[in-house]
Ligand binder design. Structure first.
Ligand code: A3P
Length: 308
């Protein structure tokens, strides 16, 4: 990074709020206005995640559950169809143009509006930026929580791999995160905002670490939440097609990959719990825990212990 690029907001990002940095591919006008009016269907399945908490994985699990008797269909999807992130595009941000990215299409217009029901609608947005109808129609919504240290290391990897984010050095990235200045903002605030809904019947709160530890039981729970009782055989199939190795192989040739990834980028990195240990220094870990536990306490969600 050069000196100019180190100034906030980083290249390829902008401030949506004084302390909320967004990637330039997420259009500011859309976030401030039109997304609020997105037409929610009663049978939509929303998926809410902080970036890198397992969005792609859970989207695939939802797709497998919804198409359990026709799993071949999963192989036909482009990346945009696999993870149709609600807020993605449209964008012609100058930073993107400079990097030769001409036109980032709106996922709403190119995928979601024409998708057959039931749709999967993933988002990383805070509730206040979500479509108003999410809170009136209350479609089934799955929330995936992941321990924030692993999310951060995964997001750092993402900066190196995707064409829409600037590659940064770890120490600079870590400090920026501690100041609340990585994309989509701080995790405790995100968690607190969504945790409010955790006991509502339309909302299912799950954890990446549980999905890893007990994939079959976790998929069964999600299926049940969606009103589907899968047989043992169906559950085994869903576990198989959503395993890390299976998805990694499938994603190597998925349509649309080059649009998102740098030539050396990988779509799925490691998919393990605790990889932060390979990146955090002792001092960074101490500072992180002090800040996180303190902030979670201030927000009243310090009972949410993580498996780090
Ligand atoms: P790592 O970078 O730690 O490997 P998202 O889809 O929200 O961007 O999250 C990406 C993270 O989920 C990455 O974590 C990725 O490897 C992990 N992931 C993707 N598919 C997975 C799977 N089938 N099983 C476990 N982890 C998976």
């Amino acid at each position: 990074m050069n000196d100019q690029e180190m100034k906030l907001p980083w290249k390829l990002t902008y401030f949506l709020e004084p302390d909320l940095i967004m990637p330039a591919i997420m259009d500011e006008t859309q976030l401030r206005t039109t997304l609020k009016d997105f037409e929610v269907r009663d049978d939509d399945v929303f998926l809410v995640t902080y970036p890198k908490a397992g969005t792609n994985w859970t989207c695939e699990i939802l797709d497998a559950i919804l198409n359990i008797d026709n799993l071949e269909v999963l192989k036909t999807r482009s990346l945009a169809e696999k993870v149709p992130l609600l807020e993605f595009g449209p964008s012609r941000h100058p930073d993107l143009l400079e990097d030769g990215i001409q036109d980032v299409p709106s996922i709403v217009e190119t995928v979601l509006n024409s998708a057959p029901s039931p749709r999967r609608v993933p988002t990383h947005l805070l509730p206040k930026y979500c479509p108003s109808q999410l809170f009136t129609k209350k479609p089934k919504t799955v929330f995936i929580d992941r321990n924030p240290k692993d999310c951060l290391v995964s997001l750092f990897g993402w900066h190196q791999y995707v064409r829409f984010l600037l590659p940064v050095e770890w120490d600079i990235f870590f400090d920026a995160h501690m100041d609340g200045h990585t994309v989509y903002g701080p995790y405790p605030e995100f968690l607190k905002a969504w945790y409010e809904y955790k006991d509502e019947p339309w909302f299912l709160f799950m954890r990446y670490e549980d999905l890893k530890k007990t994939p079959k039981e976790s998929i069964k729970k999600i299926a049940k939440f969606l009103g589907k009782d899968l047989t043992d055989d169906q559950l085994n199939k869903a576990v198989r097609v959503t395993s890390f190795d299976y998805m990694k192989k499938a994603n190597e040739t998925v349509k649309g990959r080059d649009f998102y990834l740098r030539p050396t980028g990988v779509w799925q990195r490691k998919g393990v719990v605790g990889d932060w240990r390979n990146r955090f220094t002792v001092a960074q870990n101490e500072a992180f825990e002090k800040y996180y536990y303190g902030r979670m306490k201030e927000l009243g969600i310090d009972h949410l212990n993580y498996t780090f």
